[in-house]
Design a protein around this ligand. Structure first.
Ligand code: NDP
Ligand code: 8X3
Length: 265
């Protein structure tokens, strides 16, 4: 789309799943003139994603892989200043990095899991937003740019065994709504994308690397693919500047709620 041409797009959690697909989809949609800053903790994987994108769409898309742990406030604070000058004029921030750990009920949830979920999904997203907003505020007459936050059905519908993860996604929803109101006099668009079940590394991370437990989650149903969500994300960024896709909820065909409200064959 012409509307995305010349933009600089920053994606967190671009080494896997929805973030990686979003990078690829932006590149496919605007292959002639685009800059993609791809961030995550696994820098080697990010470099592979960058190479794959260059192979697929060619040199019109410039890709910069950068190691960034969003749960580390110092890394986030120094992030923009450490970018090469020509990469600092960011137009779109996709706050996608996030994770769930475990399925424990309240009495048994590990303190470490509570902390990592909040530090990544909530504080990480807020700190990234604070880091990028000054760039957006300087654009145009009254500020411009897109903040695209990845929430979840889990933020709207809490379920047993997901209390902390659901709370983090509900926190994202509140922060996102407040921010949109705060930025009402600007051209900064605040967008929320809430996926239902998507097959990514999400469940593998949830079960601490146990792939067979992750596979069981998706057995007998047809989850969304990360590309399905990427298409919606890129669609929202490509709308006319006066159009804000403020809120979305995206399910696969047999899902009607969070935490296993799935029709299984
Ligand atoms: P994946 O596990 O496949 O991807 C998660 C990404 O986040 C990875 O690239 C990972 O990279 C990155 N990440 C995790 N922790 C950090 C950190 N501290 N700093 C930087 N990057 C980090 O899962 P999904 O693609 O499914 O998840 C993406 C988002 O979508 C999350 O916010 C998730 O909550 C949300 N979501 C997912 C749903 C699903 O069913 N899959 C449904 C609804 C929402 P690395 O490990 O290299 O740091
Ligand atoms: C992931 C969706 O319902 O598995 O955000 O928690 S759910």
């Amino acid at each position: 789309s012409k509307r995305l041409e010349g933009k600089t797009i920053l994606i967190t959690g671009a080494s896997s799943g929805i973030g990686r697909s979003t990078a690829q989809e932006f590149a496919r949609t605007s292959p002639n003139n685009l800059r993609l800053i791809l961030t995550a903790r696994r820098i080697d994987t990010l470099k592979e994603v960058a190479e794959d994108i260059k192979k697929e769409v060619g040199a019109g898309v410039k890709v910069l892989p950068v190691k960034l742990d969003v749960s580390n406030p110092e890394e986030v604070r120094s992030f923009v200043g450490n970018l090469p000058e020509e990469w600092r004029d960011i137009d779109v921030l996709v706050n996608n990095a996030g994770l769930v750990k475990g399925v424990a009920k309240a009495p048994e949830i590990l303190e470490e899991d509570i902390n990592v979920m909040f530090a990544t999904n909530v504080t990480g997203l807020i700190n990234m937003t604070q880091a990028i907003l000054p760039i957006f505020k300087k654009k145009g007459e009254s500020g411009a740019g897109d903040i695209i936050n990845i929430g979840s059905i889990a933020g709207r519908e809490p379920y047993p065994g997901g209390s902390i993860y659901c709370a983090t996604k509900a926190a994202i929803r509140s922060f996102t709504d407040a921010l949109r109101r705060e930025l009402i006099a600007t051209r900064i668009r605040v967008i929320e994308i809430d996926p239902g079940q998507v097959e990514t590394e999400f469940s593998v991370v949830r079960f601490y690397g146990d792939k067979s437990k992750a596979d069981a989650i998706y057995a007998g149903c047809e989850p969304l693919t990360p590309d399905d969500i990427a298409e919606v994300i890129v669609f929202t960024a490509g709308r006319r500047e006066n159009v804000i896709v403020a809120d979305t909820l995206i399910f696969p065909n047999h899902q009607a709620g969070a935490g296993g409200a799935m029709y299984k064959k």
